[in-house]
Design a protein around this ligand. Structure first.
Ligand code: WT7
Length: 670
């Protein structure tokens, strides 16, 4: 059988073939918010037929407004304004709203610190909604005391500690715009971001714990604030104050007049801080996303639409119920941490768990220990983490009682069916639905995902669109392609939590997202819809290879590769090839105990050939101890491409998690 289908145009060849279907169990559906496909379809159709009526109703039910909006949507493509004229406050919706309800004394945040000895749990801090409200009010007054006004930009550069969430919420309380910079980023990245958004303040900590060592965050900030441009002008001269949380107790420098301790500042303020009445379209946060090339883009999200999107997707996709203990493992430095550690869960009055450190510290069972300790019911993590757990072996999860889990989620990249099945069986005990959620920093919230009580799932697909979302797979002319043909994924209609722009760069906003396909939002992802209308993401368009005239998604080759039992992880890249245009090179890490050899290389080539067809047989397989990844777990294909082509590594490597991986890769070619 020919598994290869090629669209009429130069589109993407989608080769994956996965036929297993997992319908939700009756018990799950019975108590879910959305209980059947007909219920989903009815609401979805309403949301598409009369979007403004649908969103108005949702915004009224889900969000507390200080003043009503005058117009639901003002759409002058590509500029959307939602709930025009409405007034609200995000921290009010996440905190104050729950205060005179039984939720007030429920845990809002459960935090576990990283340091722990083998076999033991770590430090623990729990904040009820009432307590969290108080902390946020106190700190909001600290911000004011230090000169922060509505509209000012604040860089948050913190580890995964409760103060990170408190700082974010405090910003939203007084209308300051936060830009969280992931704690793994360098001094230069901090400086670039300060400069780009002209921030007035940095909130950081002395240090943060990561795999047992201390990351010197404050030292990085000091370095960042000393960086000058070519003319000798300070890049960061807009910074007036630095607030420092004491976390790791490492020695730091305090610059008199500029740096203040968080805990000291608290002594000067009270907990009375009314929430600012913010315009629905007031900027809420800027989050920088690197993309594979070029300068990071400051993605801008605004208040009303973002909150509604985060709240509704959390409620329906994670099926949040009163008694859930919900854990999203993402760092708050990523959009997933914004929408699904902080804003979405808290707006719903849920209990959100936050863990400071690495999944394998002090041992590879840390996640499972945490799940058992707190009775976590919902786990939301990334395929790269799941593959790491697979590699470390089932003995680690098997040591713990994971029966509290009732729902699993995945985000960040396509999840290969092998990882999906492992997640389902080993972690979910075959009883938990898996929601594979497709979205982006730019989309603000989940766009394509199963609803766990309704949607039959298939390993490897994010399935169907959320309410109000109109995705389509199109060809180079922007025309919809037939089912089962590959193409570009676009979104046809505006949605409430879509990005509003790139900070300071309106031209790039239009060029990047609105020029590829006229009138539609271009996601940058390649995709195929199957006969049931399910969306299969095949990876970024930039990652699509053109091997002898076939455009092949790297994700599919990788997925085929890791379906071999000896393989732990794989990354496919192209290398210029005179004959084929591009030759396919796959970097492979093997499961613990498996030996690399020439015969294994042959076996794996044939395996991929068998799985997805001869066109996708790798020209070259390179065994590696580890793959170069960003701290968010995305494989840095740009670097692998350079290695595969035998050229020197150029460009930015500051986002790389482990630099030594590169050196090993370059020399690993036996
Ligand atoms: C890109 C967005 C979404 C928040 C975290 C990453 C890829 C994300 C999936 C998924 C297939 C996925 C896409 C997307 N991606 N989730 N479930 N299935 N691909 O946010 O850094 O903005 O990255 O991640 O390529 O465009 P981001």
């Amino acid at each position: 059988m020919d598994k290869t289908k090629v669209a009429a145009t130069k589109n993407i060849t989608s080769l994956s073939q996965e036929t297993r279907v997992f319908p939700p169990s009756k018990e799950f559906s019975k108590r879910a918010h959305i209980r059947s496909m007909s219920e989903y379809r009815k609401l979805y159709n309403e949301s598409i037929k009369s979007p403004e009526k649908f969103w108005a109703k949702q915004a009224k039910n889900e969000v507390v407004w200080f003043a009503p909006w005058k117009k639901v949507l003002q759409w002058k493509a590509p500029h959307a304004k939602w709930f025009v004229g409405g007034k609200l406050n995000v921290s009010y919706n996440c905190l104050d709203k729950h205060l005179n309800t039984p939720t007030a004394n429920k845990a809002a945040l459960i935090w576990e610190g990283e340091p722990a000895s083998p076999g033991r749990a770590g430090e623990e801090r729990v904040f009820t909604y009432k307590q969290l409200h108080r902390e946020v009010c106190l700190f909001a007054n600290v911000l004011k005391r230090n000169g922060i006004k509505k509209g000012d930009r604040i860089i948050i550069y913190l580890p995964m500690i409760p103060e990170a969430a408190i700082a974010m919420l405090a910003c939203t309380r007084i209308g300051a715009i936060h830009s969280v910079v992931f704690g793994g980023f360098s001094a230069q990245s901090v400086a670039d971001r300060v400069f780009d958004c002209q921030a007035k303040m940095v909130i950081t900590s002395d240090g943060g714990f990561r795999r047992g060592s201390i990351v010197p965050l404050k030292k990085n900030v000091d370095e960042a604030l000393a960086i000058k441009d070519a003319q000798g002008v300070s890049l960061t001269k807009t910074i007036e104050k630095v607030i420092v949380v004491r976390r790791a107790n490492n020695d730091i420098h305090i610059e008199e007049g500029r740096d203040v301790w968080w805990h000291r500042e608290l002594e000067y303020v009270n907990a009375n801080c009314p929430a600012e009445k913010m315009d629905s379209e007031a900027p809420l946060f800027i989050l920088y996303t690197s993309g594979s090339t070029g300068k990071p883009k400051g993605i801008l999200h605004t208040t009303g639409g973002y909150l509604l999107g985060a709240k509704m997707t959390s409620k329906y996709v994670f099926d949040l119920q009163e008694t859930d203990v919900y854990w999203c493992t993402a760092d708050i430095g990523w959009v997933t941490g914004h929408s699904y550690v902080v804003y979405g869960p808290l707006a719903n009055g849920a209990t959100s768990l936050m863990y400071e450190g690495a999944p394998n510290f002090p041992e590879p069972d840390r996640f499972w220990r945490i799940i058992e300790k707190y009775g976590v019911t919902i786990l939301y993590t990334a395929p790269t983490a799941i593959r790491a757990f697979m590699k470390w072996g089932v003995e680690w999860p098997k040591k713990h009682n994971l029966t509290s889990l009732r729902l699993l989620g995945s985000v960040g990249e396509p999840i290969n069916p092998e990882a999906w099945i492992w997640y389902h069986e080993v972690i979910g005990g075959k009883r938990c639905p898996i929601v594979d959620t497709w979205w982006q920093t730019e989309t603000g919230g989940i766009m394509i995902s199963p609803l766990p009580g309704a949607t039959p799932t298939k390993p490897g697909t994010a399935t169907l669109p959320f309410f109000g979302i109109v995705p389509e797979v199109v060809d180079d002319q922007g025309k919809a392609v037939p089912k089962n043909c590959g193409g570009k994924l676009v979104i046809r209609k505006p949605w409430p939590n879509m990005l509003r722009g790139i900070w300071g760069d309106p031209k790039r906003f239009v060029e990047t997202y609105w020029s590829e396909v006229k009138g539609s939002y271009f996601t940058g992802d390649g995709c195929r819809q199957d006969k049931d209308g399910y969306f299969w993401i095949v990876g970024r368009i930039d990652d699509v290879l053109n091997v002898a005239g076939h455009r092949i998604g790297t994700a599919e080759v990788e997925s085929a590769m890791v379906s071999n039992l000896k393989v732990a992880e794989a990354a496919a890249v192209g290398r210029p090839d005179e004959l084929k245009g591009q030759a396919l090179v796959v970097f492979v890490t093997l499961k613990t105990g498996v030996q690399a050899s020439q015969s294994l290389r042959e076996e794996l080539r044939n395996h991929v050939g068998k799985e997805i067809g001869a066109v996708a047989k790798p020209d070259d397989i390179r065994f590696a101890e580890a793959l170069p990844k960003t701290r968010s777990g995305k494989i840095m294909r740009r670097l692998l491409k350079q290695i595969a082509s035998g050229i020197e590594i150029k460009g930015d490597t500051t986002t790389l998690e482990d630099l030594s991986v590169l050196a090993k890769l370059s020399s690993s070619d036996e």
